[in-house]
Ligand binder design. Structure first.
Ligand SMILES: Nc1ncnc2c1ncn2[C@@H]1O[C@H](COP(=O)(O)OP(=O)(O)OP(=O)(O)O)[C@@H](O)[C@H]1O
Ligand SMILES: Nc1ccn([C@@H]2O[C@H](COP(=O)(O)O)[C@@H](O)[C@H]2O)c(=O)n1
Ligand SMILES: [Mg+2]
Length: 198
């Protein structure tokens, strides 16, 4: 039970965490395909705001270029807008919360916590290699910004990972291996969730 909005009181909410290039988006696509979740990537929602040149567009672009974190009020608003307009009730929220500030803002605004949290645990050199060969034209996929993102990840995102580990909600996935091998670690987490719901 959560307090997102009346339509979503019984939603399943999963946060998907991991450093830049750890494979969050790739595995989310597999989870959508197999388990029918709605995928909400916080980074994609922010990039959409930049392209649509909304009131926050310039600030978001500058923040992404520096590998920093956009103020939580903006990001939570974008996530909630997507949730409220969706008829799905199972959500994968990818790349959020990126900081304790993100986490606390989500909990305060929605009055809810995730049902469970995936953490893709990947060595730095593998993350750098993957990001540099991603080739999707992202302005933050360059070595200078990657170094900044890795520092931000360690300083601000790892405390969130620790928080959910203490709460017993964290599923730590070894993110090294083929996409198939990694999905075989992810699959049982969602299969168990389906059984609980049945
Ligand atoms: N298991 C894997 N082995 C090798 N390459 C992978 C693997 N999983 C994903 N990749 C590739 O690594 C790159 C980064 O993956 P992805 O975009 O899923 O990461 P991400 O965690 O969403 O990154 P970001 O936080 O920067 O959005 C992509 O080019 C993807 O194809
Ligand atoms: N909760 C978030 C998520 C992302 N950002 C910013 O977007 C950049 C790209 O995010 P990806 O998940 O697509 O890697 C990220 O480096 C941040 O600048 C954010 O501010 N808050
Ligand atoms: Mg991604």
């Amino acid at each position: 039970m959560n307090g997102i909005c009346p339509k979503h009181v019984d939603s399943v909410i999963t946060f998907v965490l991991g450093g830049p290039g750890s494979g969050k988006g790739t595995q989310c696509a597999r989870i959508v395909e197999t388990f029918g979740f709605k995928h909400l990537s916080a980074g994609d929602l922010l990039r959409k705001e930049v392209v649509s040149a909304t009131e926050y567009g310039t600030m978001i672009l500058d923040t992404i270029r520096e590998g920093k974190i956009v103020p939580s009020a903006v990001t939570v608003k974008l996530i909630l807008r997507e949730m409220e307009s969706s008829d799905n009730h199972k959500f994968l929220i990818d790349g959020f919360p990126r900081s304790e500030e993100n986490r606390i803002a989500f909990e305060r605004i929605t009055g809810s916590e995730p049902d469970f949290v995936l953490f893709f645990d990947c060595p730095e050199e593998e993350m750098v290699k993957r990001v540099l060969s991603r080739n999707q034209g992202r302005i933050d996929d360059n070595i200078d910004t990657i170094k900044k993102r890795l520092k931000v990840f360690e300083a601000l995102n790892l405390p969130v990972v620790d928080h959910y580990e203490r709460r017993g909600k964290l599923h730590r996935i070894n993110a090294v291996g083929t996409e198939d091998e990694i999905f075989e670690q992810v699959r049982p987490v969602f299969a168990a969730c389906e059984q609980t719901a049945a």
